[in-house]
Design a protein around this ligand. Structure first.
Ligand SMILES: [Zn+2]
Length: 381
């Protein structure tokens, strides 16, 4: 076991190549994980085309080339560093790719997601030093990672389901910020997509009383509603909101959301829309909030919001952005999935061997929205 196969990107915009490289040795506080499944997010195709790299003038957000991508690896611990005390070889784990420096003020305050150098291993981030320290993404047969990044998986949670934890955790961290729970109503903008469906599954698990969701595809929306017709309701809406809709003269979505909540509006709203969706699609969701309602954004809308600060103040509206999740939040999800309160059985795993990585990236069929879980299995080459 001296060498392994990894899919490596040698130039942005070019296909990855399967290269044979040395298996890394874990440092004292790191582990070596044999990857059994790696989730592939549709956004990865944009990343390897350097869509996001071009947004920053010095290209400092992207990993040095050749790079090994792969955001959501799950597998088996193969080896542990000498200072790793509570994880043993053979344990099944998900590797949270969120890396932080470990010693800045935010890291020392136990807020690693707010580290200025925050970086996603196997993706991109804010620290070239961290990307060099952890250069192995999940599109590789083995990866090293800090022991503190491991989420232990119950036997009932498959590697394929765990490869979905990135989307799930992103939604989970957002819903914790909103306070989703019993008695609460939630609007999920983009409920049938990769992120939105996970938000719906978690909202059900967390006990939300009513979950409202928007989307464009009526058939997919019906499928989401059928997960729990007593608690989920959906509305197909066009991408662009009604022309000229305002707080005083709301979009039909707002009227629908108010009618579903005794006229109050929803307690919380989470936006899960992809890049390219218009700012107005968020704004009409904001107007669905009750007085004092909270909005958390995990979507990728890039347009500037036409936000009325006076409306926000007088209605006590809370706005927050959120990205990714802590390893502790990952442990929560693993526990919920293991107990069966978080039902991941609706996911359709589409597993491909590592040799097909370029084909997978070129042709991600999103017809079934968030129900499809794209997975690469690096043990199959
Ligand atoms: Zn830090």
């Amino acid at each position: 076991m001296d060498t392994m196969i990894a899919a490596r990107l040698h130039a942005y915009g070019s296909p990855m190549t399967l290269d044979r490289i040395p298996v890394p040795e874990p440092r004292p506080t790191d582990v070596l994980v044999e990857v059994k499944a790696c989730g592939v997010v549709p956004n990865l195709a944009r990343v390897v085309s350097n869509f996001f790299g071009k947004l920053t003038p010095d290209n400092k957000m992207m990993p040095p080339l050749p790079a090994i991508f792969g955001l959501d690896p799950a597998g088996v611990v193969a080896k542990v560093g000498e200072q790793v005390l509570s994880v043993r070889p053979g344990e099944r784990v998900y590797v949270n790719p969120a890396r932080s420096c470990g010693s800045c003020r935010m890291c020392r305050s136990e807020q690693p997601l707010e580290c200025p150098g925050w970086t996603l291993q196997g993706y991109f981030g804010r620290s070239q030093d961290i990307m060099r320290a952890y250069p192995y993404g999940g599109l590789s047969q083995f990866i090293t990672a800090p022991a503190t990044a491991l989420v232990k998986l119950p036997d009932t949670v498959s590697f394929e389901a765990a490869a979905r934890f990135g989307y799930l955790g992103t939604a989970y961290a957002a819903m914790k910020k909103i306070g989703v729970g019993p008695g609460q109503t939630l609007l999920i903008n983009g409920i049938s997509g990769q992120l939105g469906l996970n938000a719906a599954l978690l909202a059900l698990a967390m006990g939300a009383t009513k979950i409202l969701g928007t989307g464009r595809n009526a058939a997919l929306l019906d499928r989401v509603r059928s997960l729990d017709p007593g608690r989920i309701d959906v509305l197909a809406v066009p991408n662009a909101p009604s022309e000229g809709a305002t707080a005083a003269r709301p979009d039909p979505l707002v009227a629908w959301a108010r009618a579903a909540t005794d006229g109050d509006g929803v307690d919380g709203m989470i936006d899960c829309l992809p890049p390219g969706a218009p700012a107005g699609a968020i704004m009409r969701g904001l107007y669905c909030l009750r007085r004092g309602g909270r909005f958390v954004n995990v979507g990728a809308v890039m347009e500037t919001l036409p936000l009325n600060a006076f409306w926000m103040m007088t209605n006590r509206i809370g706005l927050q952005g959120s990205v990714w999740f802590t390893t502790g939040e990952g442990e929560d999800m693993a526990a919920m999935a293991g107990a069966g309160t978080l039902n991941l059985s609706v996911l359709e795993h589409r597993v491909s061997p590592l040799t097909k990585v370029n084909e997978v990236l070129a042709g991600m069929d999103e017809r079934n929205g968030g129900f499809t879980n794209f997975v690469i299995d690096p043990t199959r080459i």
